[in-house]
Design a protein around this ligand. Sequence first.
Ligand code: ADP
Length: 397
Amino acid sequence: MNILVINCGSSSLKYQLINMNNEDVLASGLVERIGIEGSVLTQKVEGRDKYIVETPMENHNVAIKLVLDALIDEKNGVIKSMDEIKAVGHRIVHGGEKYTKSAIVTEEVINDIREASKLAPLHNPAHIMGIEACQKLMPSVPMVVVFDTAFHQTMPEKAFMYGLPYELYEKHHIRKYGFHGTSHKYVSAKVAEVMGKDIKDLKIVTCHLGNGSSVSAVKDGKCYDTSMGFTPLEGLVMGTRCGNIDPTVVTFLINELNYTASEVDTLMNKQSGVYGISGVSSDFRDIEAAAKEGNKRAQLALDMFRYRVSQYIGSYAASMGGIDVVVFTAGVGENSASERETICENLGFMGIELDKEKNKVRGEIAEISTANSKVKVFIIPTNEELMIAKDTLALIK
Ligand code: ADP
């Protein structure tokens, strides 16, 4: 039984076709430059050369049609007809306060996603385009939406409220939402499974460290707190996002340095973080290489990133009254031994002890703490697509 998972952005689209009988990825692909010159679809199937289709794609309807064509292509495809797609699962960034779990797509659900566009203006409108394009091309196939925010809806009020006038929350829903929820949910459940424990008996800190990064506190199997906020800008120092700063910096930039609101937005989201500090790159591989060669600003960027991650882990120990296990995931978390090592070194006072040999591993499930470590440390590769496919299957059943 195959589920198509779609993650639709404004000009790009990622997809995976997953056989849920054995959780095998039959095909995965990326469509880039939708609506702009140079549109291209790249499909990967294990054991085969990449299948690349370069053709104009004026909108998401055309892009989705090409995805379906690629999947059923006689030579390069993996299924014979569209009938072999049982359902489609869509990743949705923002579900507002209403969605605490995934949902079957109905008109009401689409309207709710549209309503939440105020909170995610770059993402939600693109997701709706993806859903509507699929509905047009596969009218009888059920669709499910899986929200990045849903897992975090269990946070207690004291964790998700900002110290602003209460009316702003009541009238405009200004609060912490949190993102990467599908990943935090997946890796926290997986680590409990790997440890052979009931997730309800564990206090877990999950560190999703990629280009965008967030840390979550998971207690009793539920999210208790998370570092991203009203938008994905809050929290850690990220690839190009600044994370926590004094909000007065924003008014200073506008009032004293004549920035417009949208320039500040771009500055904080796209020109800051380890990229803005190092002046080298937003890619941790480049920054680590530059720091090794003695680039001081690259070293500073890494120090800041590691310091902030350690601070969040420490603060979540205070939030939950202790930690049993720390999980590293996503691009940096799964691959960078040096980031994991330094972050854990900072936390030695809590009884975290990393096994340097075991820490050499990359991109696979591994326990990397020593036998004596009071807090266990694991690498758990994230798999948001599989999580979306599982939710989709559960709902259509
Ligand atoms: P996103 O999904 O947020 O775009 P990913 O989770 O794919 O990001 O992570 C991308 C990041 O992972 C990049 O900054 C990249 O440098 C980093 N990364 C990948 N491999 C390594 C590695 N071997 N060492 C350090 N960083 C790595």
